[in-house]
Design a protein around this ligand. Sequence first.
Ligand SMILES: *[C@@H]1O[C@H](CO)[C@@H](O)[C@H](O)[C@H]1NC(C)=O
Ligand SMILES: *[C@@H]1O[C@H](CO)[C@@H](O)[C@H](O)[C@H]1NC(C)=O
Ligand SMILES: *[C@@H]1O[C@H](CO)[C@@H](O)[C@H](O)[C@H]1NC(C)=O
Ligand SMILES: *[C@@H]1O[C@H](CO)[C@@H](O)[C@H](O)[C@H]1NC(C)=O
Ligand SMILES: *[C@@H]1O[C@H](CO)[C@@H](O)[C@H](O)[C@H]1NC(C)=O
Length: 446
Amino acid sequence: MLNNAGLVQLAKFGIPIVIVIWILGYLTSEREAYTTIVKTRFKSEKEKFIADFLDNEVGSEFNGAGIAHACAQQTWTPGLILSCVPVDGGYAKVKNGHLNCIRFAMEMGAELVLPRIVKRDQKNVAVTRPKNGKGPYVGELLEYLFDYEHLNATLSLHCPQMKLYKSMDDLWDVPQVSPPKKISLSLIETHITNGTVVQDMAKLSDQIKTYINKTAPPETRRMPIRFELDATNHAFPVDYDAPEFANSFGRLLRPRSDARALAAAALYNLSKRFGLVSLPSRNIQNNGFAGVHLRTEADAVGYPNFDTQVGALLRFARDVEARLLFLATGTTPREIKAFTERAQAANLTAITKKDLLDDEDAPLLQAMTWDQRALVDYEIMLRAGSFAGPVESGFSWNLAVTRSTVPGAAEAAAAPVSGLVQYRDAYSAVMGSLDRGYTMKATIWP
Ligand SMILES: *[C@@H]1O[C@H](CO)[C@@H](O)[C@H](O)[C@H]1NC(C)=O
Ligand SMILES: *[C@@H]1O[C@H](CO)[C@@H](O)[C@H](O)[C@H]1NC(C)=O
Ligand SMILES: *[C@@H]1O[C@H](CO)[C@@H](O)[C@H](O)[C@H]1NC(C)=O
Ligand SMILES: *[C@@H]1O[C@H](CO)[C@@H](O)[C@H](O)[C@H]1NC(C)=O
Ligand SMILES: *[C@@H]1O[C@H](CO)[C@@H](O)[C@H](O)[C@H]1NC(C)=O
């Protein structure tokens, strides 16, 4: 039994504790209630759709354990800094280049200056590396195409060993790292196969460190020191790493949020207009439309011509019994019109992102650069019931490979498609017959 003094003590300490617990509980449930209300009542149906879309990336759930494990295994050298030459091109090429850069820094055990992007000539998209006076390309910050906050937060959380610099500006007070030493796959004398792929991944880390020790002997090295990696694309075989790593590493880089939100707005419009049942989710359920990728823009070199591509895409639409086509392309209005007419002749409705944005959203798309607009296409295409694109295109491979991580991709039955097909699962078809397709598929992270 408690005596009076005991009761006073209990009241003194117990009551405040009860109050604190009660307040905490109240706040938590209030917060949940608040979120639910915001999502269901105060937000318009469209806003809720966009919020759900942004919360649900297509594909398997991100899992940082593989990245954390790889980083924990590595020997890290403080003051050893890697930067990478800015990457030119569109979403797929830049994404692959940046992931190669990050992966290389992991093998090197180095701090990383986040890679930049060469912005193409906005007047002539075929010029991916516009003249830049005499100096080297400085490029745009990574957020030009990607969600920087997401990359920084995710990489910092799962690979805290890798110190990140947003740009060289963060090193303005360390002039000795200003001139970099060169490093590349050929300088470290690693063996390359199939054009660009590192043959023996198990040796790579040692080869990098041997080269660094040779070029900057540890006894005389002045720290910090910076190495700059030459352009490196399609070098790392995705399957070398465990699935846990391989399925999540590419998710470090996702399209910038404004492009994803515009894609969501367009998809909302599409589903309203055509009565599709499509709540945004990680899975693929928009069986109401097929996404087709037409790659005939001015910068497309080595692709089949317009007629050949259109023929293959329309045959695909017929094979999967689509009625509604979302056309992803950055080509001219004239070619888009020609495509739409040919689709119509085949009893198909073809629609582009521009057709799907209302007066409020259209100016936002208009204000974007050509490569940023492609991100809107990419995010819509991820969610198409079925998808087809050309084998020469990294954009198409990214879509196919990412969609292949959605449950059911390998298991569900895939309608047979006519013509040359290099990759097919229940959700995607990559059309054509190039050998290069093999290397792309082998080196593109989902
Ligand atoms: C990057 O993330 C880390 C860890 O969350 C944080 O401390 C840092 O401020 C972030 N940097 C920027 C520039 O957002
Ligand atoms: C090189 O490509 C061939 C197919 O073209 C493939 O069988 C082989 O596994 C590839 N090698 C590597 C190391 O990726
Ligand atoms: C490079 O030098 C460091 C410091 O002397 C040493 O610990 C490491 O084993 C060397 N690595 C290689 C691959 O030579
Ligand atoms: C076009 O599709 C509609 C149904 O979506 C069908 O009723 C019609 O017969 C088709 N026409 C042709 C020419 O295939
Ligand atoms: C869809 O976009 C069109 C413009 O292309 C607009 O007129 C229409 O109101 C939009 N519908 C919805 C439901 O957003």
